[in-house]
Design a protein around this ligand. Structure first.
Ligand code: HEC
Ligand code: HEC
Length: 183
């Protein structure tokens, strides 16, 4: 009886802690994981492994913003896994912004010519440590590519700088436009 009470109390506490964490994430990433803030990525429907890796590296101070680093500092692995599970199960809701057909087509052909789908999957929903690109915020994607190119994405996988090798910077805009408009 007492043991059962203690277990349910501990369970309740874990839920409270997750709820508190989720409220702080929501301030920037949106309550449903779809960001309305320029420069801040959506994190709904990202692969769980990508989220876990990113959050662990942020906790250790090698990725993410200072604010996220302080939010995650000392967070036990099980709470990080709970956060990653939560966001990976949410639905991606791309912003309903107009499509520039020329830019979209250009992005599509650059992505095909460079085999981006071989890792991010043909519908660009990502898998394992490879993030979802479909429906991500356009300006965030463009900036992320530029940052890989300029080696200023701390903790970022070097495979991405290599994958972008030889692509003109103006095509980052087209790629970002294309991915952001995919459902
Ligand atoms: C003050 C605003 C803010 C808060 C609060 C915040 N984040 Fe972030 N987050 C950002 C910004 C800005 C970036 C982009 C950082 C970059 O690219 O360098 C980001 C990036 C991320 C990424 C990487 C996504 C990608 O596609 O690359 C993940 C995952 C993430 N945040 C998870 C979280 C979680 C989980 C919480 C709550 C514990 C949280 N963040 C709280 C602003 C915030
Ligand atoms: C060999 C596998 C591989 C290929 C090919 C690849 N990517 Fe990636 N990509 C990754 C991995 C792994 C990450 C996560 C890196 C990290 O953690 O910073 C990533 C991250 C990204 C991000 C950052 C997204 C975010 O939410 O943080 C963008 C944008 C991106 N890739 C675009 C592309 C484009 C455009 C191409 C084709 C030119 C491409 N990728 C080809 C593996 C790949």
């Amino acid at each position: 009886m007492l043991a059962a009470l203690l277990i349910s109390a501990a369970h309740g506490q874990a839920e409270d802690r997750l709820a508190v964490h989720l409220r702080s994430c929501a301030g920037c990433h949106g309550a449903d994981g779809n960001s309305a803030v320029p420069g801040t990525p959506s994190i709904a429907a990202q692969p769980q492994i990508f989220l876990e890796n990113y959050l662990v590296m942020t906790r250790e101070g090698i990725r993410g913003t200072q604010l996220m680093q302080s939010l995650l500092k000392g967070m036990p692995d099980r709470e990080i896994v709970a956060l990653a599970k939560h966001f990976s199960a949410l639905k991606a809701k791309p912003a309903r912004e107009p499509v520039d057909k020329k830019l979209f087509q250009r992005g599509k052909s650059v992505a095909a010519a460079n085999r981006c789908a071989s890792c991010h999957l043909p519908d660009f929903r990502g898998r394992e440590q490879m993030p979802r690109l479909a429906g991500q915020r356009e300006e965030f994607l463009a900036e992320a590519m530029l940052a890989y190119r300029q080696n200023r994405r701390p903790g970022g996988d070097t495979i991405m700088a290599a994958s972008l090798y030889g692509i003109a910077e103006q095509d980052f805009k087209a790629l970002a436009h294309y991915f952001s408009r995919l459902k």
